[in-house]
Design a protein around this ligand. Sequence first.
Ligand SMILES: [Ca+2]
Ligand SMILES: [Ca+2]
Length: 93
Amino acid sequence: MSAPRSFTPNKSDSDNDGLPDGWEVAHEFSPLIPSGVDGADGDPDGDGMDNLSEYIADTNPRDAQSRLEISGISLIDAGATNKTLFYRIKAER
Ligand SMILES: [Ca+2]
Ligand SMILES: [Ca+2]
């Protein structure tokens, strides 16, 4: 399969890496390269969240301080069949 030669910002995923073209261009990635720093597994800011995770969390893939973090989880046992899981998510965008 040959590499795509053009892309349509905010409309498609030309390189089929799961990252929309518009998002890739907005964050200075190539919408035509599906691997390495430009791909879903790339982590150019080294924060441990790959690009696909940054896209889903709506965080900045070029800023290590911009990340999604679960700050606490607790389980409330309200009986044999009723259990409630509480969690708090901190998103630095
Ligand atoms: Ca893409
Ligand atoms: Ca990252």
